[in-house]
Design a protein around this ligand. Structure first.
Ligand SMILES: [Zn+2]
Length: 724
């Protein structure tokens, strides 16, 4: 019941009419066209795709244009990796064409395998295996007395975002970094390898950006502003988001001889992958020579921006985007999501022909340069920031799509709306609603607490957003309420992610092969867009936000309590002498040292602010329900003006500690996890980094943000009560 009353609609219900229009075969055709050739940022086919997308929007009745940016995108001039001792071996660094896969042979247009924003370098040193290369893995090395100072580290993909691996390695004194795909994580351990199965074979390589996105994404030379042609830029030396050491991704075919040449103790059990070797850490005797050189010129990015003007509230915008650039052919990432967006655009154009006029302005975007570091979307948001702050009501993002369950992350004020729409969209395989299928999964896979919630809470919970796609600048820099959606869970695109094999052949054989979930995605997102564009009062449900904030408060309190318990237990074990008693005298493990128990932190400002928000959200909900039938146009306008500013209250102009670009105080990508979200990041990361004074300061800032939201809602409630 909580879901539907916020999503009041005009009649006729245009979103129901809309849902009958998208066709799976159109989506398949768009995927085929866009993935026909490699189309990375700066490539001829990338530009051609942007022009093709522009022509489609125009054909379907949209007012569309291309907006260009010049952005730094280093591409490889030289890549050399060789083992020089104990034997000599030069790595192939090549992904070969596969006979049955026609586009895999387009070598002349393919970007080679590399990590973008690695610095140039020519380094030699002993090799050390560092598991996933997370801070916790280096703590294990410390206990073993192994240093990576002056070494080249080899980390496996997974668990942390790739850009975090060279960042932590450099902090630890390494001089170079290799990242490989272990078959345990996305190869034969999981399923058959391409072309017999969907997973990564011995020569497959995951390309990807290693820009320090948790500091700031977008063009590295113009932080905080649009990188329009001719603008002033930072020098290469002034940029803080390049890696400090050279880094290159490799296949497991190339990694295996290197790993097999390491000596020392066997690696801990959870460090072992699935290659037919004994995993050891080193250092050495394997010695590696890594040489990388890049072309550091600017490349041109082409964003396509299309509009349907709003009839009643032209200055309130519903923005929706997906990127169009890929690492290579990119049928899954991004064409599967971009194609759903295009089919929505065609269907919305049809509604206009049938007489529909959206009340609010709808802006559809096809971003360029996402793969390098969210370049197209970030530059556009930075350039248009003042206007977006005033007008952008919501941003909806998609990226690659697959088969299975609807996954949603985003602003929790939109949780009720997403639930309402998910109940209207039919799952193409089970023919129940996609909501029913989401609920079933939450019941089956969740822990007992979330199982009970999935059964009893009116709305299924949505996740919080960290980073990894084009929503970051909207949500975390500008405070625009955001949703990110995709279907997934019944297929796996992990095995071809960012390789030359992410193409039409693989997609139609192993993923959403009949594009039925592409159609479901278009139906889902299009319905959201129509409801947001047409609702009299923007359909935000703040009781869901308040409830989520309460859970975050409990989480950060539990985090501190768990730390205190851990440290007390460790200190007790040291006192009891258990480490000395357990030690293997033949293998020297370093003994842990007594640590300081974390002090208590005063969380009461946060607790008080969260409960005040809970009350304000409930009062607003009741006042809106009571007043809705009698609302005057003036009152509606005043309400929406306030509602557009609601997510902005959760941001702070000075940003997070040490990374001012990130202004949202509830959601941010983790400084040491990369894509994975940290909620109430200022408080949480300060506790994790053992800076308890900072944690206390951040408690006050988050509490102030929640109080601003409470004040805004109380103001809106007064408007509603006066309207009686
Ligand atoms: Zn993508």
């Amino acid at each position: 019941m909580a879901s539907l009353d916020v999503a009041a609609q005009r009649s006729p219900a245009w979103d129901a009419t809309f849902r009958a229009i998208p066709e799976a075969r159109n989506i398949g055709e768009y995927v085929r066209i866009m993935s026909a050739r490699p189309h990375h940022l700066g490539s001829p086919y990338g530009k051609q795709n942007a022009e093709w997308i522009l022509a489609r929007f125009k054909e379907w009745g949209w007012d569309a244009q291309i907006e260009i940016y010049d952005v730094l995108f280093p591409t490889p001039k030289e890549r050399l990796v060789e083992m020089v001792a104990p034997t000599r071996f030069r790595l192939t660094l090549e992904e070969p064409a596969v006979a049955v896969d026609p586009t895999s042979s387009q070598k002349a247009e393919q970007l080679p395998s590399f990590n973008a924003y690695s610095i140039d370098g020519d380094v030699s040193g002993p090799l050390v295996y560092v598991n996933y290369g997370r801070p916790v893995d280096y703590e294990e090395l410390d206990r073993r007395g192994i240093s990576v100072k002056g070494a080249i580290v080899i980390a496996r993909y997974g668990e942390s975002w790739r850009g975090v691996k060279p960042k932590v390695a450099a902090e630890r004194g390494a001089i170079g970094c290799l990242i490989y795909s272990d078959p345990r994580d996305d190869g034969y351990f999981v399923d058959g390898v391409f072309p017999d199965g969907p997973m990564r074979g011995k020569d497959g390589v995951q390309r990807g950006s290693v820009m320090d996105m948790p500091t700031y994404p977008g063009d590295p030379t113009t932080p905080g502003r649009g990188s329009t042609p001719g603008t002033t830029r930072l020098d290469l030396k002034e940029i803080t988001t390049l890696t400090r050491i050279p880094v290159l991704p490799i296949s497991y075919g190339d990694a295996q001889p290197l790993l097999a040449a390491l000596s020392g103790d066997p690696a801990p059990i959870n460090w072992r992958g699935n290659l037919p070797i004994t995993y050891r850490i080193g250092p050495g005797p394997a010695q590696v020579h890594l040489k990388l050189a890049f072309d550091w010129s600017l490349k041109r990015a082409h964003n396509v921006i299309a509009r349907l003007p709003g009839a009643t509230y032209p200055d309130e915008w519903i923005v929706r985007g997906n990127h169009h650039d890929a690492w290579v052919n990119g049928a899954q990432d991004p064409a599967s999501g971009m194609s759903a967006e295009l089919e929505e655009a065609r269907a919305l154009g049809q509604l206009v022909k049938q007489g529909w006029r959206p009340q609010r302005t709808i802006v559809y975007a096809a971003w360029d340069g996402e793969e390098q570091g969210l370049l197209g979307s970030t530059e556009w948001v930075e350039q248009h920031e003042a206007e977006l702050r005033e007008k952008a009501a919501v941003y909806i993002n998609t990226d690659g799509n697959g088969r299975g369950f609807l996954g949603v992350g985003g602003s929790h004020a939109l949780e009720a709306l997403v639930n309402a729409v998910a109940k209207e969209v039919e799952d193409p395989e089970t023919h129940s609603s996609v909501w029913k299928r989401m609920q079933a999964r939450a019941i089956v896979v969740g822990p007992p607490a979330s199982r009970a919630e999935a059964r009893n809470r009116p709305d299924l919970r949505i996740g919080a957003l960290g980073s990894g796609s084009d929503y970051s600048a909207f949500l975390q820099h500008t405070g625009v309420p955001t949703l990110n959606l995709a279907y997934s869970g019944l297929d796996s695109s992990e095995g071809i992610y960012h390789s030359i094999y992410d193409d039409y052949y693989h997609f139609t054989k192993f993923l959403d092969s009949d594009f039925a979930y592409g159609r479901a995605l278009a139906q889902t997102v299009g319905s959201l867009v129509i409801r947001l564009a047409d609702a009299d009062v923007l359909p935000f449900q703040f009781t869901n936000l308040a409830d989520t904030a309460q859970t975050y408060v409990t989480e950060v309190q539990t985090l501190l309590k768990d730390r205190q318990t851990e440290v007390r237990e460790l200190n007790r074990q040291i006192e009891e002498g258990v480490f000395t008693a357990m030690a293997d005298p033949r293998r020297g493990l370093r003994q842990p040292v007594v640590d300081t128990v974390p002090p208590s932190i005063n969380f009461s400002p946060l607790e008080n602010a969260a409960s005040a928000l809970t009350q304000a959200a409930e009062r607003y909900r009741q006042a809106l329900d009571a007043a809705r039938p009698r609302l005057t146009p003036d009152a509606i306008q005043a309400l929406n003006k306030g509602l557009i500013q609601s997510e902005r209250q959760l941001t702070d102009e000075t940003g997070l500690p040490r990374r001012p670009w990130y202004r949202h105080l509830l959601y941010a990508p983790g400084y040491y996890t990369g894509y994975a979200v940290k909620t109430m990041p200022g408080v949480r990361e300060a506790i994790e980094q053992k800076d308890y004074a900072e944690a206390e300061r951040e408690v006050a800032r988050v509490a102030a943000a929640l109080s601003r939201e409470t004040d805004l809602l109380n103001g809106l409630t007064r408007i509603l009560e006066q309207g009686k």
